[in-house]
Design a protein around this ligand. Structure first.
Ligand code: GLN
Length: 205
């Protein structure tokens, strides 16, 4: 059995995620390929999807217009694992407000009972790196790269907190859905990508 893991390639950190996921498959000894995903048709062939960091309004709007947003939602509702990174986590949320601008009415997937505060740690110049941990998925030490990062400001009872930093929730999990405020593809540590490809593999068994 061979897996197809996609990286949504509308805008953002696509290339870095393609490379990290390919390495994660190889190092995990899992047979599969990693593809960039642009259309609804591409989405329908996937076993797992990474929604990269970038600009959530752009990624959401363009995937709404080309009809992939709807099929992404359907596939995830039917159990397809997804890793939403930064802007990707914003898209998974039920609601998202900007720290300064407030409500933007941007298109969202509304798959997880979380409210997001966009740009929670400040804007580009306040970007930073910090050591974080995700103990429940056996990643005790990880270099978190935060770039115009969001935080989870409200969380439903069915959503697991994977990590906090400075009292803010920065990673969540609900079933096969994972969201992180930081960018695992911008470090050499591929442990989160490995965890994700293994989740994809398990979901196919
Ligand atoms: N601030 C961006 C947004 O709200 C997310 C930043 C990122 O993905 N690095 O879409």
């Amino acid at each position: 059995m061979s897996l197809t893991v996609g990286v949504l390639a509308i805008q953002g950190d696509v290339q870095e995620n393609l490379i990290s996921t390919e390495t994660a498959l190889k190092e995990s000894g899992i047979e599969g390929k990693v593809v960039d995903v642009k259309t609804a048709d591409d989405v329908s062939k996937l076993d797992g999807l990474i929604i990269p960091g970038g600009e959530s309004t752009t990624i959401g709007q363009l995937s709404l217009v080309n009809s992939s947003l709807k099929i992404i939602k359907e596939k995830i509702e039917n159990g397809m694992p997804v890793l939403g990174i930064c802007a990707g986590m914003i898209l998974l949320a039920k609601t998202a407000d900007d720290r300064v601008m407030g409500k933007t009415g941007q298109p969202l997937l509304d798959l997880v009972e979380i409210k997001i505060e966009r740009n929670s740690f400040g804007r580009q110049k306040e970007s930073f790196e910090a050591e974080i941990s995700m103990n429940s998925i056996k990643i005790p030490k990880f270099n978190g790269v935060f770039i115009r990062a969001p935080a989870v400001s409200e969380i439903g009872s069915d959503v697991e907190i994977l990590s906090k930093f400075n009292e803010k929730i920065i990673a969540i999990k609900k079933g096969n859905i994972i969201g992180t405020a930081f960018h695992p593809e911008l470090t050499t540590d591929i442990s989160l990508h490995k965890y994700f490809v293994n989740l994809v593999k398990e979901s196919k068994n």
